[in-house]
Write a protein that binds this ligand. Structure first.
Ligand code: SF4
Length: 192
């Protein structure tokens, strides 16, 4: 079973996954906020799975409280708990469904802590009697971009949680209203 974080990363590794063994994708990402972003990413995996006739399991329960309870979101190491939250559930389901091994599309990402994904994935797989299939799929990340464009899959602009969105855009002026009128927007702290 392959945990899928998004359509783009799943598209990147379809060939190597197919070469390994019959597999199912599993979308389980309670870290993704807010709701519409969560649904866009789930849909991108569904579109890919439909087009490629892949077995797919999707956890569509949007439950941000689950993420906030399980992940120390105010600590710099929050991502480790986030990986564990997702990979532990993947391992549990994979074992329950009779799979012998699991992996994750997080191994494609250039933005994740690759070694931590490998370590936590291995720990969670072994805790459920499974083998963790590790490969360094980062060289395929660009293929994922190209495939996502070609297939018109949704491509996210931040990792997943609201904190990562703030880190991505908080210091930019992107998405701020820039009207055509002459008035200047005054930041609240600069107001008299
Ligand atoms: S930045 Fe990404 S990996 Fe880290 S906690 Fe947020 S959603 Fe999870």
């Amino acid at each position: 079973m392959a945990h899928a974080c998004c359509g783009e990363c799943a598209a990147a590794i379809l060939e190597p996954l197919r070469a390994l063994a019959p597999f199912a994708l599993y979308f389980h990402n309670p870290n993704i906020q807010p709701l519409r972003e969560f649904r866009r990413r789930a849909k991108s995996v569904q579109v890919l799975a439909d087009a490629e006739r892949l077995d797919l399991l999707v956890d569509l329960d949007y439950d941000p409280k689950r993420f906030l309870d399980a992940v120390p979101w105010d600590r710099p190491d929050r991502c480790l708990a986030c990986y564990r939250l997702r990979l532990a559930e993947t391992a549990r389901l994979a074992a329950a469904r009779g799979f012998e091994a699991m992996t994750t599309t997080l191994l494609v990402s250039l933005h994740q802590d690759h070694e931590a994904v490998r370590r936590i994935g291995t720990q969670e797989a072994e805790a459920h009697g499974l083998r963790f299939h590790y490969e360094d799929w980062r060289p395929l990340a660009d293929r994922g971009h190209q495939e996502a464009k070609r297939r018109n899959l949704y491509r996210q602009q931040y990792c997943g949680c609201l904190f990562s969105e703030q880190e991505r855009f908080g210091l930019t002026r992107e998405h701020l209203y820039r009207g055509e009128g002459g008035g200047e927007i005054i930041h609240r702290e600069e107001s008299p």
